[in-house]
Write a protein that binds this ligand. Sequence first.
Ligand code: AHM
Ligand code: MG
Length: 354
Amino acid sequence: SSSESIDTDIITLSRFIIENQRNFQNAKGNLTLLLNALQFAFKFISQTIRKAELVNLINVQNHSISINSTGDVQKKLDILSDEIFLNAMKSCGVVKILVSEEQEDLIIFNTVEGEDETSYAVCCDPIDGSSNLDAGVAVGTIVSIFKILPETKAKYADPNELTKNVLRTGHDMVAACYAMYGASTHLFITFGDGVDGFTLDNNLGEFILTQPNLKIPEQRSIYSINEGNGYNWDESILEFLKFLKDPKSEMNKSTKSPYTARYIGSMVADVHRTFLYGGIFSYPCDKKNPNGKLRLLYEAFPMAFLMEQAGGKAVNDFGERILDLKPTHIHDKSSIWLGSTDDIDKYLKFIHDK
Ligand code: AHM
Ligand code: MG
């Protein structure tokens, strides 16, 4: 009968968190509160994007209000998502600090924690890839999570003291995740013990565990980079790509075929594909962006943490591990190369031999 094909014992994100709680050292339920707020924000943003797309398209057909209103709706989506995220973090009561790509300064909230309870610092890009929204291309929300340093607690009134909580190396993250608003809404999350993938069931309103302990393929001949920036690149990057595209190069000895190009221009979507198919995603430094374009705290760090936990690698142009880096300002940028171990190793060997 049809009921036999229905799994009645599915693992929702809430269940997953409860069942794994004992593994989250000293979390005492506060991490659960934070994750509930995150889930809510992802669902809310997901719905808002889907609604706005329809409103937007209807307006585009109405020529009298076309271009302006289109632009407006998109601008509103950036701001709306930032507000949704901020309110969710504020109201959960366990987030002390929020860093958002949309906000110049770090935001400080009142928390309700007692002496030995944990509160968190959360860094986010509420809608990454927003330049793609008009075309209905997948965008996402990227998040990194740190625990508040106990020594800063006594000095909560001092913003400089509080900033120390996020000017740390990537190794200090306790969790990282991204939500991708594509054909479905996906959530990839790590607590430092592998990566688990969830998919939003719109009818249930729940994230369902669909890719437990996800691992990236070890090799795949795909490169994902904005080659239009080539003119402004260091010569060596052009040379590396030339090797990747040459079926007879030493780098392609085992496959004897060239790399294929895939670039969406939406980091979450490009990295999501890389998790599933493998290959390389990169945004290197160029003359216009001497420190790269992507932000360390809420783009490079969380994606590097997830990538390493999925068995891949994440380094900068100089081959330094992304997680070893330490920002000096909350909106610091970094170059990035991430993806399958074998493919990133080719880049590391290339720069080493130079
Ligand atoms: P955003 O945060 O303003 O959306 O910019 C970040 C985005 C990433 O999603 C994407 O990887 C990159 O910018 C694409 O940049 P470019 O258009 O220069 O290739
Ligand atoms: Mg961004």
